[in-house]
Design a protein around this ligand. Structure first.
Ligand SMILES: Cc1cc2nc3c(=O)[nH]c(=O)nc-3n(C[C@H](O)[C@H](O)[C@H](O)COP(=O)(O)O)c2cc1C
Length: 342
């Protein structure tokens, strides 16, 4: 049975969280995840320097919608003062929680001493965590990798430090900073962290199916699970996981609900970014939703050339009408639930 959890004083209806993903977990995708029962969504990482300088593009990343609350805003940077100011700006824009990025291993970020580089300097990290903790009266969390060596010792040390300095939760993606996304996430590091801490531990890494989510909780004892790449084009992973956790058979989305979700995504995109930008973005993103479908390459070829949201909606509708008419016509009625890609 799936239980509610609390991070600081923020109550979450269930333990499922959408991971921060730069350029991906913008407002439109976060809204879809919430619609499918995800309890907490996290913004993509936002530069603390950019926020403090009030860069227009950076501030835009803080835009939110009431339906996605509680929203956790993730910030990255190195300077304690700047991070504290950035946390206050995020809070003033409605963040219900602030997450500090200790996991980004992209060279540009690590070279500035931010992201995963912070895990190498516990003294500097302590100053930064204290500054952010003092700056806001909402839960503060950190998201990290295993560290710079695979043992997980660094993650445990950073987790303990975070707990001692008043952080409310720790997320761990158990790959090293050098590993990038190669190899497998080592869930045993999540279990070690959970054994070592009393604050909320959020497990992350390689959750590709509802069963993976249940397995991670059983194998590691973590309090909540964070899903990243598997939610791209598949927000149903949240509703299906909730089904599985509550003893129901996970229901695959029907073709109609898949189409409706794509159209809602497009609509959320236009509302957030305006038509020109949204159409450019949606050229690749709508294709996520038809991965594995018959003749999806035809859909992809058509959609990348389109210039308006109306044309995109019409093309998606025509493709799904074809799927229903020609592809499903001989299928068992029980098959009208669409299972490709699960
Ligand atoms: C395109 C992309 C962008 C990401 N951006 C961020 C980010 O901004 N902040 C962060 O903490 N992690 C970021 N991550 C890492 C994810 O949050 C997550 O830790 C990782 O993808 C492992 O989870 P998964 O196996 O469920 O995808 C990103 C991952 C991807 C694939």
């Amino acid at each position: 049975m799936c239980k509610p959890i609390k991070i600081g004083d923020v109550a979450l209806a269930n333990p499922l969280i959408l991971a921060p993903m730069a350029g991906i977990t913008q407002l439109p995708l976060r809204r879809l995840a919430k619609e499918q029962g995800c309890a907490l969504v996290v913004s993509e990482m936002i530069s603390a320097n950019g926020l403090v300088r009030k860069g227009r593009k950076t501030l835009e990343l803080l835009e939110s919608h009431p339906s996605e609350q509680p929203l956790c805003v993730q910030i990255f940077g190195k300077e304690p003062r700047v991070m504290a100011d950035a946390a206050q700006i995020a809070r003033a824009h409605g963040a219900a929680m602030v997450d500090i990025n200790l996991g980004c291993s992209v060279r540009k970020v690590v070279r500035q001493g931010a992201g995963a580089a912070l895990m190498r300097d516990l003294h500097g990290l302590a100053e930064l965590l204290c500054a952010v903790r003092r700056a806001v009266n909402v839960p503060v969390t950190v998201k990290m990798r295993s560290g710079w060596d695979p043992s997980g010792d660094q993650a445990v040390a950073v987790g303990r430090l975070a707990q001692d300095l008043g952080m409310d939760a720790v997320t761990i993606h158990p790959r090293t900073a050098v590993q990038g996304f190669s190899g497998k996430a080592d869930w045993s590091v999540i279990a070690r962290l959970k054994e070592s801490l009393s604050i909320v531990v959020i497990g992350n890494g390689d959750l590709r199916s509802p069963q993976d989510v249940v397995d991670m909780q059983q194998k590691t004892g973590c309090d909540a699970m964070m899903i990243g790449r598997a939610a791209m084009g598949n927000p149903w992973i949240f509703s299906q996981t909730l089904d599985l956790m509550n003893g129901r058979t996970p229901k695959a989305p029907t073709l109609s609900s898949r189409l409706e979700t794509m159209l809602r995504y497009l609509h959320h995109g236009v509302e957030q970014f305006g038509e020109t930008r949204a159409v450019r973005m949606m050229r690749s993103r709508l294709c996520w939703f038809v991965k594995g479908c018959p003749r999806s390459s035809g859909f992809r070829k058509a959609i990348v050339r389109l210039e308006t949201a109306r044309e995109m909606a019409d093309t998606a509708q025509a493709y799904f009408a074809w799927l229903k008419r020609d592809w499903l016509k001989n299928a068992d009625p029980a098959e009208s639930e669409f299972t490709v890609g699960l």
